[in-house]
Design a protein around this ligand. Structure first.
Ligand code: C6P
Length: 412
């Protein structure tokens, strides 16, 4: 079952992921919940074990050998994160717990320092709650207002409406690069051009983009970009906030504590430089190093090949699901990445998910932390299959067969 994509050997790739050999309820695991979190290749698992076996101590503090070794390994991982998104400087890559913390950091630090009553933050309808709620909190604290750009029935961002919303009061445009609920790829470069006309900043939520495509923050001219390690085949509890150096330098710290200071007295405390100013406390050392291993893994395969493979699986899934009369696809944008959301007639998505699970097929059901998207399509929830670099057409067949089982049970 080798893919036809330039020698992309999906069987060999699958063997890199031990968990894919597991069975659930006596069936082969068909893991189609990568949008929630991706599985880990042996290289990442080994790197975590290696940290604790051979190079663990606290970082940036000790003069001793092990501390030095752990520090070097963590800083090497930061350099890998820099290269992954083509940032100019490694110190523009701040290690955070994940995309959620990255957005909260910007909303809180930049937002409280720069927003005033009358200022506007522009979001889109298809944001994850992580890119809505932090802005609502800072809007409440500063008197700024939130404006929301609509999407079409296909789930495409309405660029005319976005253009009309971005005006002289806009200070920040915070939008997703790829929608987690719909799979839509947003033309973020165009959105950034619109923001530039009025001097507004742009934060891109790259959580669902970074695992599927090459990202170049400099070519995009993004001001801030966030992603989570666990969706990129790395550990959970670690992610990256990219910010342009000048912006990060001007921002006040988000949290205070060890590691982020230059000197502390009760009279006056001065802060460390980048990236440490934003990394208070002992970081997720092994997580950062494991994320570096994950970055090596995906870049070793290459995003062009990953995208070609995943798009083939996505097209096949769209075709097979679209051919079922009982299926309503939700999110049919022409440009999509690795996600297919749908409902099955009047069967509740949770019932669908539960039956699929008994067939060994793992999908996510619910509102996907994107309730405004559910409201937009007038549904309470959807079933979402989200693909990764190891999924196959054969697994799409398993999903479709399992949906047949749902229809049997519900007498459809
Ligand atoms: N979406 C999903 O099943 P964290 O939890 O911080 O790693 O990522 C938050 C987040 C932010 N933006 C987007 C676009 C996301 O998809 C997510 C996480 C998962 O869709 C879990 S809710």
């Amino acid at each position: 079952m080798t893919s036809v994509n330039g020698g992309y050997d999906v069987d060999a790739i699958r063997r890199d992921f031990p968990i894919l050999g597991e069975s659930v309820y006596g069936k082969n695991l068909v893991y189609l919940d990568n949008g929630a979190s991706a599985q880990k290749p042996r290289a990442v698992i080994d790197s975590l074990a290696h940290v604790y076996e051979a190079e663990y101590a606290n970082v940036h503090r000790g003069v001793h050998y092990m501390s030095q070794k752990a520090t070097d390994a963590m800083e090497a991982a930061r350099e890998k994160a820099r290269a992954l998104i083509n940032a100019e400087h490694a110190h523009e890559a701040i290690f955070v717990r994940g995309a959620t913390e990255g957005i909260n950091l910007v909303a809180s630090s930049w937002g409280r320092a720069n927003l005033a009553p009358g200022d506007e933050i522009v979001l889109s309808v298809m944001e994850h709650h992580s890119n809505i709620v932090p802005w609502q909190i800072v809007a409440e604290q500063t008197g700024a207002a939130i404006r929301v750009a609509p999407i079409s029935d296909e789930g495409v961002l309405d660029m005319d409406a976005l253009e009309a919303l971005i005006g002289p009061r806009t200070r920040m445009v915070a939008i997703t690069h790829v929608s987690n609920a719909l799979g839509t790829v947003v033309p973020v470069a165009d959105a950034i051009r619109l923001a530039r006309r009025v001097g507004a900043l742009v934060l891109l939520d790259g959580c669902q983009a970074v695992p599927h495509m090459a990202v170049d923050v400099r070519a995009l001219d993004a001001d801030f970009y966030v992603f989570s390690g666990h969706k990129l085949y790395g550990p959970s509890g670690i992610g990256v906030l990219y910010g342009k150096e000048a912006l990060l330098k001007a921002m006040p710290p988000y949290q205070g504590g060890g590691e982020m200071i230059e000197s502390v007295t009760f009279e006056k405390t001065t802060y460390a430089g980048l990236p440490f100013k934003f990394e208070a406390g002992t970081p997720h050392i092994a997580g950062a190093i494991g994320l570096g291993a994950a970055i090596d893994y995906v870049t070793g395969i290459g995003f062009e090949r990953i995208a070609a493979h995943e798009n083939d699986v996505l097209d096949y899934a769209t075709e097979r699901l679209g051919a079922l009369n009982s299926v309503r696809l939700i999110g049919t944008a022409p440009d999509k990445a690795a996600i297919v959301s749908f409902n099955l007639e009047d069967v509740h998505p949770h019932d669908v998910g539960t039956i699929l699970d008994r067939e060994g097929v793992a999908v996510r059901t619910g509102h996907h932390c994107a309730q405004p998207v559910m409201d937009r399509f007038d549904v309470a929830a959807t079933v979402r299959a989200s693909f990764g670099l190891y999924n196959t057409r054969h697994e799409v067949d398993a999903l479709v067969d399992a949906l047949g089982r749902v229809q049997e049970i519900f007498g459809r």
